[in-house]
Ligand binder design. Structure first.
Ligand code: FAD
Length: 436
């Protein structure tokens, strides 16, 4: 028997995969006795916000992710197709029908027993899959945190991430402050230089941009706020505050002018392959559309492709690269697997996809078989490698995007064709795994 804790998106996928493999599952869910601040429905697999599961197109990261899931026998993708509502190129669902369809499939499966009630202790015996989500109840979150030596975050204050391919390298220069390059790490930082006029225009747009509502924690809490102040809030303290903070130009000389710029936005590598960069010090609570509008005013970022926007919200997630193995079990206690947003993926379908892999690996552990580790060329494999092996010291959750896949052997300039080639390669690799 395998326990799954949490009947959200990841927990339902994990339970389904285990049950379909012929093993018994006990699925524990605290609803309807207890609800998180965002959950309202007594049904499983509740979509707490948007009803969109993003693009269907195969030449999009979200489309590829769903296709891989479908080929791996995903319950949630099948239910979503049944409950789809018209949404242009996206797969959007009637959220009540969707949750009802998933709940019915789970409750009627002969191998699944559902047990109601909040879990407050970690399972003493494994294998077990923990899929309690970004709003894991406090008592359980404390137990998980203690087991992981405190490697659990309770809120997310992240800066946007852009693809390296989309940067205008004619304006941007590579350099670390005062030329302090680590051996072998030349160009660890990319620098977007601003002159006085560019800075003043950007500054005005930044302080006037529209913020998003904050969910799940009190922004006035000094513990939360001072440690990760949004760049737009810092900017409102005075016209030069960010020029003496994250945009300080000291120790940098623009090779194009031979001078120190008036201000500099630094970009730091997000992954080893150097395909993704984050905007240093730009944690933000602006609306996504406003982030695109204002941050594309930064010289060199005019065409920047944002694979993740900055966010500030309550989000319980593990520092996975420090605590998880490649099969998504805990290094300290290999009987415990994690799935969903709590392991550091971001998004409905990403959470569900990780449930497929964790569920299958819990079965493998029970049977003493080899773990399922998907190839890096697949979207799910790449996402879970990012989570298990990490991008940077400051680990932040990640959603599906082509920037995390290994580069293609031949460069393809056209974006649409490049993405189609990524997808074709991914599905070929996945087919080989499924066949094996
Ligand atoms: P969940 O779907 O939250 O499932 C966790 C389940 O565990 C819940 O049913 C919960 O009741 C249960 N649980 C928690 N603690 C316990 C316990 N101790 N014992 C038993 N059961 C427990 N992603 C998107 O793609 N689009 C969006 O629009 C979007 N909006 C979001 C809005 C908010 C406010 C939040 C917090 C997240 C949002 N996300 C969104 C991110 C993420 O995709 C969702 O949170 C997603 O539901 C995560 O799936 P999950 O399975 O990890 O967790």
């Amino acid at each position: 028997m395998i326990q799954v804790i949490g009947a959200g998106l990841a927990g339902c996928e994990a339970a389904w995969q285990i049950a379909q493999a012929g093993e018994r599952v006990v699925l524990r869910e605290m609803k309807p006795q207890r609800f998180s601040p965002a959950h309202k429905s007594p049904l499983f697999a509740e979509l707490v916000c948007s009803n969109s599961l993003k693009a269907r197109r195969l030449d999009s990261a979200a489309g590829l992710l769903k296709e891989e899931m479908r080929r791996m026998g995903s319950l949630l993708v099948a239910c979503a197709e049944q409950c789809a509502v018209p949404a242009g190129g996206a797969l959007a669902v009637d959220r009540d029908l969707f949750a009802a369809a998933v709940t019915e499939k789970i409750r009627s499966h002969a191998n699944i027993e559902v047990v109601d009630g909040e879990v407050t202790e970690l399972p003493a015996e494994g294998p077990a899959v923990i899929a309690t989500g970004p709003l894991t109840s406090e008592t359980l979150a404390e137990k998980i945190s203690a087991l992981c030596g405190g490697s659990l975050s309770f809120f997310d204050a992240a800066a946007p991430i852009v693809t390296a391919d989309s940067l205008n390298r004619e304006k941007i220069f590579a350099a670390s402050r005062y030329g302090r390059e680590e051996a072998g790490a030349e160009g660890a930082y990319l620098n977007c230089p601003m002159n006085k006029a560019e800075y003043e225009t950007f500054y005005q747009a930044l302080i006037e941009a529209e913020p998003a509502p904050v969910h799940g924690f009190d922004v006035r809490d000094p513990k939360v706020y001072e440690g990760c102040m949004p760049v737009e809030v810092m900017a409102r303290r005075g016209p030069d505050t960010i020029r003496f903070g994250p945009l300080k130009p000291v120790g940098l000389r623009d090779p194009a002018t031979g001078h120190r710029p008036w201000a500099v936005v630094q970009l730091r590598r997000e992954n080893q392959a150097g395909t993704l960069y984050n905007l240093v010090g730009f944690q933000t609570n602006l609306k996504f559309g406003e982030q695109k509008r204002v941050f594309q005013m930064i010289p060199g970022l005019e065409q920047a492709e944002f694979v993740r926007y900055g966010v500030m919200h309550r989000n319980t997630f593990l520092n996975s690269p420090h605590v998880l193995s490649a099969d998504l079990s805990l290094r300290e206690n290999p009987a415990l697997f994690f799935a969903g947003q709590i392991l550091g993926v971001e998004g409905y379908m990403e959470s569900s996809a990780s449930g497929i892999v964790s569920g299958r690996n819990a079965v493998a552990r029970l049977r003493g078989g080899p773990p399922l580790i998907l190839p890096a060329e697949t979207m799910i494999g790449s996402l879970l490698r990012y989570v298990a092996f990490g991008g940077t010291a400051d680990f932040q959750p990640m959603g599906a995007n082509f920037g995390i896949l290994p580069p293609l052997e031949t460069k393809i300039k056209d974006k649409r064709l490049r993405y189609a080639a990524f997808s074709e390669r991914a599905l070929q690799k996945l087919a080989a795994v499924i066949e094996a």
